[in-house]
Design a binder for this molecule. Structure first.
Ligand SMILES: *[C@@H]1O[C@H](CO)[C@@H](O)[C@H](O)[C@H]1NC(C)=O
Ligand SMILES: *[C@@H]1O[C@H](CO)[C@@H](O)[C@H](O)[C@H]1NC(C)=O
Ligand SMILES: [Zn+2]
Length: 295
């Protein structure tokens, strides 16, 4: 997820130099979303996706959650690079907003991709290889769409806004994908993701998110993946104005974001990862039921 739209050569080199630290919602964000979802899906859904993904362990979703970020850099997967985001042509922080007709180009976007791969999963004639790929895409894209800078065009989703985080040079997109979650959790391994997911799951079941969690599923409609996911994109995009660039781009360019900025961003990131996981669980439940409950 890290590399947003097509990169200039300078920025590509710059970003490559930051690769060893971690790779893109970095792996931690995606795997946490996946573990939260596995904590909420029904047992039928668990078996259904364990079969499709050929993995009977508790990590059947988390283990494939970042596959799409590797695939996009292969020759075979190049076509899928635009599927990781939607470039809202809005004007933050004055005005935020996403429009499918305006912001999803012919080469595709995340909303179109959620439609495409959900439709494929509902096709009983889809072969096992493509079913496996479609599942991996849906698991990944429902994570990406909840990261505010995956729903924003400005400076290629913040990839060209250079900043520092705890004295290390990076860019705004990477700060939201990886630096903030990794500082919060203290690592980015699969066990770190599982630990964070356990805390978020408890917050949904009995803690700070308990009252709101039901409302997170409002508007979820398997028959209409576009209206469902554009709503998720619009909600995340509002955070670009409210939390990512509340005082505009110039207020953060070249600044240190590991202090007060980090503190303010943490609640937004935790909320978005929790929502993504809870919604992914619902979406997978609906798919596993073959749309029968909806149609
Ligand atoms: C299932 O996924 C986990 C996480 O990626 C991995 O460690 C494990 O080896 C996988 N199991 C099988 C049978 O592929
Ligand atoms: C739908 O998925 C197929 C298979 O991956 C892909 O070839 C096609 O480009 C996708 N179409 C859209 C509109 O995303
Ligand atoms: Zn991605």
């Amino acid at each position: 997820m890290k590399f947003h739209p097509s990169t200039t050569s300078t920025t590509a080199l710059y970003l490559l130099s930051s690769l060893p630290t971690s790779y893109a919602w970095g792996s931690l964000g995606h795997e946490t979303v996946a573990y939260v979802a596995s904590n909420f899906v029904s047992s039928d859904t668990t078996s259904f996706f364990q079969t499709i993904l050929h993995n009977q362990t508790d990590s059947y979703l988390a283990g494939v959650a970042t596959w799409a970020d590797s695939f996009r850099y292969t020759a075979a997967g190049r076509f899928s690079a635009p599927f990781h985001f939607i470039d809202a042509e809005d004007d933050p922080p004055t005005s935020c907003g996403v429009k499918y007709s305006r912001d999803c180009p012919v080469e595709g976007c995340i909303v179109g991709a959620i439609l495409n791969y959900t439709t494929q999963l509902l096709d009983p004639d889809l072969d096992a290889v493509n079913r496996n790929i479609a599942a991996k895409f849906v698991i990944h894209f429902i994570g990406d769409i909840h990261q505010p800078l995956h729903d924003e065009n400005l400076d290629r989703g913040g990839n060209s806004i250079l900043v520092t985080f705890d004295n290390v040079q990076t860019n705004l997109h990477h700060v939201w994908d990886s630096n903030i979650p990794e500082k919060l959790v203290g690592g980015y391994s699969l066990p770190d993701a599982e630990k964070w997911a356990t805390a978020l799951t408890a917050a949904i079941k009995t803690g700070v998110y308990k009252t709101d969690a039901d409302s997170w599923l409002e508007g979820v409609d398997l028959r209409d993946p576009v209206s469902t996911s554009i709503k998720w994109a619009e909600e995340a995009n509002q955070f670009v104005c409210q939390a990512v660039l509340p005082e505009g781009k110039d207020a953060i360019v070249g600044k240190e974001l590991g202090g007060a900025y980090y503190e303010a961003a943490v609640p937004v990131i935790e909320l978005q990862v929790a929502r993504a996981g809870y919604r992914l669980a619902q979406w997978l439940d609906l798919i596993a039921a073959g749309g029968k409950t909806e149609l």
